[in-house]
Design a protein around this ligand. Sequence first.
Ligand code: G6P
Length: 608
Amino acid sequence: MCGIVGAVAQRNVVPILLEGLQRLEYRGYDSAGLVVVHNGQLERVRSIGRVAELTEKSANTQGLIGIAHTRWATHGVPSLRNAHPHISKDLIAVVHNGIIENYEVLRTRLTTAGYEFTSDTDTEVIAHLIHSHYARGNSLLLATQASLAELIGAYAIGVVAADNPDQLICARRGSPLLLGVGIGEHFIASDVSALLPVTRKVVYLEEGDIAEVGRHSYQIFDAQGKRVERAVQISEMSNESVQLGQYRHYMQKEIHEQPQALADTLESVCNSQSLVPGIFGAEAAATFADIDSILILACGTSYHAGLVARYWLEEITAIRCTVEVASEYRYRISVPNPKTLVVVISQSGETADTQAALNYAKAHGHLHTLAICNVPESALVRLCKLRLLTRAGPEIGVASTKAFTTQLAALFLLTLVLAKQRGRLTTEQEQKHLHELRHLPSAVQKVLDLEPEIAILAEQFANKHHALFLGRGLHYPIALEGALKLKEISYIHAEAYPAGELKHGPLALVDKDMPVISVAPNDALLEKLKSNLQEVRARGGELYVFADANTHIQAAPGIHIMQMPEHAGYLSPILHTIPLQLLAYYVALQKGTDVDKPRNLAKSVTVE
Ligand code: G6P
């Protein structure tokens, strides 16, 4: 998704803007641009290539104040004319994340008023609107405030004016934005990682906030225009965690970080002798005692984590659980139940659909809310009564890996805490689960050792156009996740089915050109799964089986076995995810795709 960086300093801000944009590249974009105020003029540079190209084009650009942007196209194709910043009458420049829903009405009005549009974007109306108010003698702050009052939709914006070299204005509603506090300089960004080279002191703007930012001070006003103070926080994100280090891609690095990410997420629990609801917040015990069902809302990979959790929750806690794609739930007439615990799962905590689904649930009387999230300061965490933070560290690769497995760990903790509170977990069982959780990071490490073998296996997929993933029970969502990883980064069309469903349709697709990847844990459904695999083999399908020890599935012509460790019981989905991530990664390498920034996708989807 789009990224914003801005700076007002006593030094040339162009390198700061460019490095910030480079750090936001992982969010996904198709063009980039910046503008600085220099000698009373706006100097703009834009590029439809990578930030590296923008850097080359900006070699002779300098200024002490500027704003910059990476654009992920919504209104208007990726092109130079649609790239941000957008400028009105050489005076006002704007960068914008989000979507302005009433832009057509505003565009018609502004065109009639004599403004000439040079792009197809919704953003350009903001620039002209601010100009129209600024030209009437309002300050840049007042002109922006008046303009925002006319907008319907979501935005995070940065604004500069050619005749004001000392102030930039920024505002947010529905899209994240923060201020970075320096010494004699201030910054704005849509994501803290953009600012780490220049400051760790950040101020998160709240919904409806607008800020006037100068070199030595800044002022924030809330949606009602009242001056407000927002806390300065020290970001915990480390600069090294966003460096690539010895790895070829962030995705590979993040796959390998999973043992540590799981250990960090489980740290407090594994260091104690028993599970307590308090890990979800002070009000958790009372809230959990008051619920009779669970509703999980999420998107993408996080949704798959929710699907696994449903199996755990219903089986272990006997609490009814439903899982819904957030973008569907938010528009569906459903039956509210105030005794439902609404669980939102999100790596970023900023996904627009998940946020809207949560707000929709709350508006329908669901007050028991829990966020499982990787970003402590994010909107979803702030909106929920309870929270459990995964400690995966920043995830840069668009295809989510360590965020997913840590979400699973967090959801398993939720399951155990609820089961214990309901008297469905004996002390012995509790100790056994704690022991398995302590062992989990090293079990994951062992699976990572399969990497060289999977790299070789991936060669067989390079010329394929389709793939089918099979799983059963707890591992059906893992098949879904494996298929999602493969399509996201290798662009191979992949589908996942519960293995028992094969004969009801997808079997028609099976032939020698359709590789079938199966997750084969040594669990109660193993024998059923084996029969399903026979159905594939009998139709000439090539099988790739990730099999636990002692499954007795034999390698044979057309049956390739990848040997997994001992069956890990309830935690098995976490282990079985790892080889599917590696498979997708190595197939993408074979195909030469842009692994960390796959085409058309964005890391953090902050628009609907
Ligand atoms: C985007 C990302 C996915 C992610 C999904 C949900 O589509 O590309 O990797 O799973 O958003 O994101 P969230 O931050 O809410 O987990």
